[in-house]
Design a protein around this ligand. Structure first.
Ligand code: ZN
Length: 69
């Protein structure tokens, strides 16, 4: 539970994950290291390389974005 800065209600944030620029960086780094195609898609499967977006379910405001790495 936390309070939304927009509607000032106590809400449980809606959590969604998105592919961040970090994911693309890891993807390119993997490709540059000589991995074959397919191998560079691994970062997209790993949650640790994605950012987590916390949204308010009431007003749909993005409260915080947690970036990994
Ligand atoms: Zn809200």
């Amino acid at each position: 539970m936390c309070s939304c800065p927009e509607c000032l209600q106590y809400i449980t944030t809606q959590v969604s994950r998105s592919v961040s620029s970090v994911t693309w960086l890891v993807c390119m780094a993997t490709t540059l290291m000589g991995c074959v195609a397919g191998c560079c898609l691994i970062p997209f499967c790993l949650d640790s390389f994605k950012s987590t977006i916390h949204k308010c379910p009431r007003c749909n405001t993005t409260i915080t974005t947690v970036k990994k790495l």
